[in-house]
Each structure stands twice: as C-alpha cells, then as structure tokens.
Design a protein around this ligand. Structure first.
Ligand SMILES: Nc1ncnc2c1ncn2[C@@H]1O[C@H](COP(=O)(O)OP(=O)(O)OP(=O)(O)O)[C@@H](O)[C@H]1O
Ligand SMILES: [Mg+2]
Length: 391
C-alpha cells in the first residue's frame, strides 16, 4: 500500500504546499508535521505556525495540546501505535527512549517560554514591526486597529469625503461625488462606497500602475478617446448637425407615408441643437433602442431617406463612442473617490498612530524585502525560526 499523501505532506524533510478541499485534513497534516518535528528533537522555539484568523490559531493550538497532552498519558503499546501512524512506521520498532521523549513533548514544547509559536499572520507581522520599528519606518508606539475599529474609521472617512465634495463642488471629488449621488439611488451609492473600502488596496494599486504606465488607463481599457468626456462627445455630435438641413429633411419626410411621418415627428421633437443627444434615439432607433431597419419608405423623398441613413450610421457610432466614454468617465470618477477616501482613511490612521491589518502585512513584507535594512533584519531573525508552517 502506498503512503497516504497526508503522511508525505507531514514529512518535515520536505517543503510542501497543499491545496485540498475544506475539511479534508490540512490542519491535521500541519499538526502532525509539528509533532514529527518535535519528535525529531527540533527546538520548539525554531517552529513558527502561522494562521490567518485568531480562531484558526486557537484551533491549531488546541489540537496540538490534545495530541501531545494525550501522548503523556498513553501506555507504551497505545503510544507506539500513535507515533507509528504519524509516518506510517512500525509500532514494534519504537524504543523506550523515543516513547519517553514523546511523553515529555507537551511540557517541553508548549509550556516553555519562547517555545512553539502559533500565531496569526497579523500578530507575527506586528511582533516583527515592534522589534524593528526604525527599520520598518513605523512609530515605535504604534497601535493596531482590529477589523472592527478599522471599519469604523473607514466609515468615518466617508463623511470626510462628503465634506470634501461639498466644500469644492466643482473640483474632481465634488464632481465625482455628485455624479454618483445623482446617478445611483442611496443604497447603490452606499454599495459603491463599500466596494471602494473593501477593494482599497487593489484600487490604489491600479491607480499607481495606471499612472506609472504599467497598466492600461481607463480610456485604454474601454477603447474610449482619452480626455474627451461624454458631455464633449454629445455636444460635438449635436453641433455637427446643421439645424436648417435637419428641418428641411423633417419637412421632406412629412410628405411620405404614415411611417415616414412618424420619423418626421420624431425629428421635430429631437431637433438640434436644443433637444440634446439622447433625443436622437427617438429618430434613429426603435422604442426598444434597436437601430431602425429602415429610415423611410418608398413614399418619402429618397434624398431625405439616404441622408437619414447616413446620419443613423454616424449616430450609432457616436452612441457607441459615448458608451465607452461613459464607462471610462465613471471609472475615473470611482478612482477619484477611491483615492480621496483612502487618503482620508490614511490620515485618520496616522493621526492615531495606528496600523490596520493590511498595513501590518504590507509593512512587514517591505521590511523583509524592499527596505535597505532587509539583510540586517533577516540576519537578526536567522537562527530564530527554521520551520514555518502556514495554515
Ligand atoms: N486521515 C484522516 N482520517 C480520518 N479523519 C481525518 C483525517 N485527517 C483529518 N481528519 C479529520 O477530519 C476533520 C477535518 O480535518 P481538518 O480540520 O484537518 O481539515 P482542514 O482541511 O484543515 O479543514 P478546513 O478546510 O475547515 O480548515 C477533523 O475532524 C480531522 O480530525
Ligand atoms: Mg483547517
């Protein structure tokens, strides 16, 4: 029988990455791996177990307690079976010294100060930053914003954003804010702000990359013409139509059949330049917004029908350009709000000398990789941890 993958993955000599379904035994594998490290007489202080949530850290700790605590009270035969199960070994082969060591592991690993560390990624990062605040560029007295406090601060930044919009209604923030406040109902506007908060890191990252030219900007993404707003496009198209010619064509269409007269009526409703771009859809499209299949019957003057057909093509192209421009414009407005909101949130954190969970991870990652002090920090940490297990 081949050895189960769970046993292979718990072999401390291998570096292993496991993906498996929920409840399929990942944490069990990690706990077994720790047990095998300890049985191999690895210094408990050299083992670091990292989880994402506090609950997961507590769970892992409890399972290890159970396992090692259980061993302390098992008789020789039962303990031999337990230990053999860990690496698919032979229960008969366990010697007395190994059994005796196993019984003492609980006390040694979990009760010695500086022993086995099981902590969340955030707790680990916080400890690292507290040890190297200067190198990490954080205040030595920084506080940590738990998720709830961070959310409260982030919500408060919405009010700063609203105040900034009111203070400068014609500025980029004011315009973006009032645009969505008008376009969206209250609930959807709040949902937009929630999205901006939840995706803060991603949005800021995109803004940086788009500005640095390493990511396509919103115009490139949508295929819109850079710098031309939807309002520009609408006005340009309307201004391009000759009102006198439009009226002449409308009069010509009115001499045709019932259907032609409907088009003529729509034309007088949509007469440029006053009616605006949206009204043109009534001329060139059906009620459902689809392009009309015909712009006139045989009864209408064919010059007028041809003129309208030509204009319909141009209108549809303009409408498509407008659609892209609106998406680009909305995107830019969302990014404007996201950047401003993030700045208010950052300022609120800075004022309190606080770091949130993402800050802890980002600052720790920068400390270990990018900062000039990385080599020094890694040197100081070295000899501290030999085995990292991440659940
Ligand atoms: N090889 C196994 N044979 C029988 N039961 C097992 C085995 N491995 C794990 N279990 C049991 O299955 C249950 C789920 O295991 P575990 O919690 O390790 O899974 P997980 O992959 O970490 O789950 P989650 O995705 O929820 O974190 C536990 O009760 C555990 O004792
Ligand atoms: Mg698990």
């Amino acid at each position: 029988m081949s050895v189960s993958p769970q046993i292979v993955a718990a072999d401390p000599r291998l570096t292993v990455f496991v993906t498996a379904n929920a409840g399929s035994g990942k944490t069990t594998t990690l706990v077994n791996r720790v047990a095998r490290l300890l049985l191999d007489q690895v210094d408990p202080g050299a083992i670091l177990c990292v989880t994402y949530t506090k609950a997961a850290a507590a769970e892992m700790q409890a399972r290890l307690f159970d396992q090692l605590g259980g061993w302390a009270v098992l008789d020789d035969a039962a303990l031999s079976r337990e230990l053999a199960r860990l690496d698919d070994g032979d229960p008969q082969a366990m010697d007395h010294a190994a059994l005796s060591r196993a019984r003492k592991l609980f006390a040694r690993a979990l009760e010695t100060p500086g022993g086995l560390k099981i902590q969340t990624i955030h707790a680990f990062c916080e400890k690292l930053l507290r040890r190297f605040p200067l190198e990490a560029g954080v205040s030595p007295r920084f506080t940590v914003l738990e998720d709830q406090a961070a959310t409260a601060l982030s919500h408060a930044a919405r009010e700063d954003l609203a105040r900034a919009a009111v203070a400068d209604p014609d500025g980029p923030i004011g315009q973006a804010y009032s645009h969505f406040a008008v376009e969206l109902d209250w609930q959807r506007f709040q949902a937009l702000l929630s999205m901006i908060e939840a995706r803060r890191a991603d949005l800021l990252d995109y803004i940086d990359r788009a500005e640095a030219g390493t990511a396509p900007d919103p115009y490139a993404l949508t295929g819109a013409e850079a710098g031309r707003t939807p309002e520009d496009l609408e006005q340009d198209f309307i201004a391009w139509i000759d009102p006198a010619e439009w009226n002449r064509m409308a009069e010509a269409m009115a001499t045709g059949s019932t259907n032609d007269r409907k088009i003529a009526d729509a034309m007088s409703v949509a007469a440029p330049p006053h009616a605006g771009f949206a009204a043109l859809a009534g001329v060139f499209c059906t009620q459902a917004g689809e392009p009309r299949k015909s712009m006139g019957t045989k009864s209408a003057p064919q010059g007028a029908v041809g003129w309208l057909l030509d204009l319909q093509t141009k209108f549809l192209a303009a409408r498509e350009a407008l659609r892209k421009a609106r998406i680009a414009d909305d995107t830019i407005k969302v990014l404007t709000l996201a950047r401003a909101h993030a700045a208010f949130y950052e300022a609120a954190k800075a004022q309190r000398g606080a770091l949130d969970f993402p800050d802890l991870v980002a600052r720790a990652a920068a400390l270990l990789t990018r900062s000039g002090a990385a080599a020094w920090v890694l040197y100081k940490l070295d000899g501290g941890v030999d085995h990292v297990l991440i659940d």
